[in-house]
Design a protein around this ligand. Sequence first.
Ligand code: NI
Length: 155
Amino acid sequence: MAIRKVVKIGDELLRKKSKPVKNFDEDLWQLLDDMRETMYKNDGMGLAAIQVGVLRRCVVMDVNNMFLEFINPVIIDSEGEDISEEGCLSVGKFNGRVARPMRVTVSAYDRYGYPFTITGEKLLARCICHELDHLDGILFVDKSLDKDKYFKSGR
Ligand code: NI
């Protein structure tokens, strides 16, 4: 395993759309292991592959002491609304409020290519939405209710 460098806001790479994972092979496992280590090293709650410079649709997260990996995740259902603060390893110190669904159901694959579905509420739902946004080049500051504060602060 190795700790990889986290790509920071301002780098256009973060705005790209990630491509589906096709091969569930050792390269993917290495990537996921490195993402996990990089996330923990930086005290993050989640990390998308694009944040370590790899444009593939996979994310890792650790919410409520539960480690999760999602490959090619898709949100298939969402419900309600929850407004709370979030942050991002690619953004730095700024935390801002974002409206997210209260509950989401996501379909994805595990690292071996087996499909699974999971429903998350509140913090887990928030984390899933945040990480999946990364796969489409979206950062939480784009949608934050506090984005004026962020963009005016000069970062
Ligand atoms: Ni993030």
